[in-house]
Design a protein around this ligand. Structure first.
Ligand SMILES: NC(=O)C1=CN([C@@H]2O[C@H](COP(=O)(O)OP(=O)(O)OC[C@H]3O[C@@H](n4cnc5c(N)ncnc54)[C@H](O)[C@@H]3O)[C@@H](O)[C@H]2O)C=CC1
Ligand SMILES: CC(=O)[C@H](N)C(=O)O
Length: 431
């Protein structure tokens, strides 16, 4: 790692960016054309005549046009959308992307699409996101990465690469060699695991994030970093929690996520980084396992309900937390990634879907599986974390600015989860 070198590179970038408008102004003010027009010594010179002064004027004008064209191309490169897509996303208030991501226009070629890198892609969310983005942008335009070995089906389903976000040089090499334009930063150590290994959480969630932001700034990438309900703490308003309020989380996970929100917004304002961030609720998925969080019980209960009919819950029965079905979460992620920059009044948004307690979730599952038995063996660490988190997020800004709308409430969630897990089991049994 080379923090000094990184800083110098970023500073250079900032200076270049800040310098470019004045450079154009200098070119304009030094242009002989300007001097000639303000001069009274040559009032009768025909503009079309081939005098040396006219040649110089013409040359300056052409240089200026070239410079403007170059800057337009550079600008277009940082917002990698083809013409048709731009039309679609500029009306994203009205246009809904289906969870299958199949609405993309066939007139776009692979080269028109963003080239996406997903870090930490083998956790609960990454593989699903890769599937969605590949349907939309093409299989080879979405690269999954992680430090773990992928299961064979993931390895065979599209590009996968080893990437340790703590290895700055390797990360930069991947971005450069693969012409990456969008970065989805999913690597993290979640809340419960973070409390049992603070040093690791600091390293991955804070040092890793610094690498991501520096590389994204250096290469003009659009970068998405998820935040979480865990970015709030006991002193935040709870029901609902607004976008802007006191954030004093009591976990290293929460502290690192507030840090990520603030650093991303700082880089956006300071260096023009295209940083985008959503605060996810606890995410519920059927075919991927949660990675050591406080909301994990809400996934595990479904598998236990189908397999054994009994579940031991590690949170109190009345612990109410915001939750979301994975399809809604991944669609929201694609939608904010594609939202035109000028619709994003903020760079960090709450998104909300449903809230439930272990007790109300159990009751809903029992409507389908009446024999389900749930007992409680409260884990004090997880319970303390959950007690400091919101009960619901206030997400009207996301709904207003880029058209966010959830599709799954508790009854649809339960039906969908049980169907998926049952189908998965039947498929597994058939082999
Ligand atoms: N799953 C959820 O309920 C929620 C997730 N989020 C956020 O969404 C993102 C993805 O979450 P999940 O998939 O659930 O997380 P996960 O814990 O399941 O997966 C994280 C991945 O990061 C990888 N990783 C760890 N250290 C790494 C390193 N040094 N370099 C590269 N990769 C490394 C792990 O191998 C793992 O595959 C995280 O940032 C998380 O904070 C936010 C709110 C809720
Ligand atoms: C809500 C989250 O961020 C995650 N699922 C956790 O419980 O740590």
């Amino acid at each position: 790692m080379d923090p000094q070198g990184k800083l110098v590179r970023i500073q250079k970038l900032g200076m270049l960016e800040a310098g470019s408008p004045s450079l154009s102004r200098a070119v304009l003010s030094q242009s002989p054309g300007r001097r000639a027009s303000s001069s009274t010594t040559r009032p009768n010179v025909d503009a079309s005549s081939q005098t040396p002064a006219a040649f110089r004027t013409l040359r300056w004008c052409m240089m200026l046009v070239m410079q403007l064209l170059k800057s337009a191309v550079r600008h277009a490169g940082s917002r990698p959308q083809c013409g048709v897509e731009r039309l679609i996303s500029s009306s994203s208030h009205h246009h809904r992307i289906s969870a299958s991501g199949r609405t993309h226009p066939s007139s776009c070629t692979d080269a028109d699409h963003p080239k996406v890198l997903i870090t930490g892609g083998l956790g609960q969310l990454g593989v699903g996101l890769a599937k969605l983005l590949r349907r939309r942008f093409g299989k080879n335009n979405v690269i999954l990465s992680d430090i773990k070995k992928p299961p064979t089906d993931v390895y065979l389903n599209g590009p996968f690469i080893f990437s340790d976000i703590l290895d700055y040089k390797n990360l930069r090499e991947i971005v450069v060699n693969n012409n990456i334009s969008w970065l989805v930063h999913y690597s993290a150590v979640l809340s419960a695991v973070g409390e049992s290994n603070v040093a690791l959480a600091k390293e991955v969630n804070i040092t890793g994030l610094h690498n991501i932001l520096d590389i994204a700034t250096e290469h003009g990438l659009r970068v998405f970093v998820p935040s979480t309900i865990g970015a709030f703490g006991p002193s935040s308003p709870k029901d609902p929690t607004p976008d802007l309020c006191v954030q004093r989380p009591r976990t290293i996970y929460g502290v690192s996520k507030v840090h990520a929100e603030l650093m991303g917004e700082y880089y956006h304002h300071r260096y023009g980084l295209d940083f985008r961030c959503l605060r996810y609720p606890g995410i519920i998925s059927a075919d991927s396992q949660p990675g050591g969080g406080t909301t994990d019980y809400a996934v595990q209960i479904f598998h236990a309900a189908v397999k054994t009919g009994c579940f031991e819950c590690n949170l109190r029965s009345d612990t109410r937390l915001p939750m979301m079905y994975i399809d809604d979460c991944l669609r929201a992620t694609l939608e904010i990634l594609e939202a035109p920059a000028d619709t994003l009044i903020s760079r960090t948004y709450n998104i909300n879907a449903m809230s439930f307690t272990p007790h109300s979730l159990t009751q809903e599952i029992q409507k389908v599986l009446p024999d389900l038995k749930v007992t409680y063996n409260v884990d004090p660490v997880r319970q303390a974390i959950a007690d400091g988190w919101p009960m619901a997020l206030e997400d009207s800004a996301a709904r207003r600015d880029w058209g966010w709308k959830h599709e799954y409430d508790l009854p649809e969630l339960v039906q969908t989860m049980l169907t998926h897990i049952n189908t998965g089991n039947q498929v597994a049994q058939a082999y």
